[in-house]
Design a protein around this ligand. Structure first.
Ligand SMILES: NC(=O)c1ccc[n+]([C@@H]2O[C@H](COP(=O)([O-])OP(=O)(O)OC[C@H]3O[C@@H](n4cnc5c(N)ncnc54)[C@H](O)[C@@H]3O)[C@@H](O)[C@H]2O)c1
Length: 277
């Protein structure tokens, strides 16, 4: 499905990235196996080569702008072009909102948001000149709300916003941008036995990177191995309350009466906070 394509997969020394790198190579792609954990990246690249595939290891960190650019340059330098980037590297921390530390904020934003931008911008500049390519950003369904994970979920919300806006910017150049919200049994997900094999999740990534998916851009795809869906469009509800000016009293009246039925349930578990306080 990816015959002759050159693909960068960040954080592919283990977990979902590793499964994707191996599946992409088996599907005919040349793969840059990137991971800040160099031993893991080299071992995945070697496994691909031992199977007769084409791969090169990158031990750069996505969180450094020069190193992120070096990952993309390695792909173009080694394989002549870049057809796909899977922005997969990420860190997680599970902590209550009021216990989030400044050190954790820096760590997660550096990898999950800045790292995604550094690699994305470097890849999009090359793709915009080529007038082709796909960026697939790995987000999480938790970005719509998940308890004890506000920092992680906020970084994954940033991934969704970047996907929508990049898709708009890149459409005139024939470059597609998508996001995937997966569930897979990995180091990150821990011991949840209900989670799917990362190799099953990799199948949807192969399709999204392939030319078969040429009609898809700007979509947030959810895949748990046995269930595939698209995120519906977040939008402001109609009817709105319209007045030339609003007093605080009229705002209260609008939110407490006219718009009360439009209040949404929040979070993956759909919590109803309408009676809070
Ligand atoms: N596993 C799940 O159920 C699940 C659910 C939702 C979203 N995701 C997302 O899927 C992606 C892959 O997660 P996973 O479960 O395979 O996690 P994982 O921890 O097994 O793998 C992540 C990899 O990223 C690497 N990495 C971390 N910082 C890096 C950096 N600065 N530069 C390069 N590599 C770096 C790590 O060394 C690790 O090998 C992540 O974006 C994660 O947020 C996973």
């Amino acid at each position: 499905m990816l015959e002759g394509k050159s693909i960068v997969i960040t954080g592919s020394g283990r977990g979902l990235g590793r499964a994707t790198a191996i599946a992409a190579a088996r599907a005919g792609a040349n793969v840059v196996v990137n991971d800040v954990d160099g031993a893991e990246a080299r071992s995945v690249a070697q496994q691909i080569i031992d199977e007769g595939g084409s791969a090169v290891a990158s031990t750069h960190s996505v969180a450094d702008p020069d190193q992120a650019k070096a990952i993309i340059d390695l792909c173009v330098g080694t394989f002549g072009r870049i057809d796909g980037l899977v922005n997969n590297a990420a860190l997680v921390v599970n902590v209550s909102a009021w216990q989030t530390t400044a050190a954790d904020i820096d760590r997660l934003v550096d990898v999950n948001v800045k790292g995604l931008f550094y690699c994305g911008v470097a890849a999009l500049s090359a793709m915009h000149l080529q007038k082709s390519g796909v960026v697939l950003n790995i987000t999480s369904r938790s970005h719509i709300g998940w308890p004890e994970a506000s920092l992680y979920t906020a970084t994954k919300g940033a991934v969704v916003s970047a996907t929508y806006s990049w898709a708009l910017d890149m459409a005139p150049f024939g470059v597609r941008v998508l996001a995937l919200a997966p569930t897979a049994q990995t180091r990150m997900s821990g011991e949840r036995t209900s989670d799917s094999d990362p190799a099953d999740i990799a199948q949807v990534i192969l399709y999204l990177l392939s030319d078969r998916a040429s009609a898809l851009s700007g979509q947030i795809v959810r895949f748990s191995g046995d269930k595939l869906s698209l995120l519906s469009r977040p939008t402001y509800d109609d009817p709105a309350v319209v007045r030339e000016h609003f007093t605080p009293e009229q705002i209260a009246d609008a939110l407490e009466n006219d718009l009360a039925a439009q209040r949404v349930l929040i979070g993956v578990g759909s919590a109803d906070l309408s009676t809070i306080g």
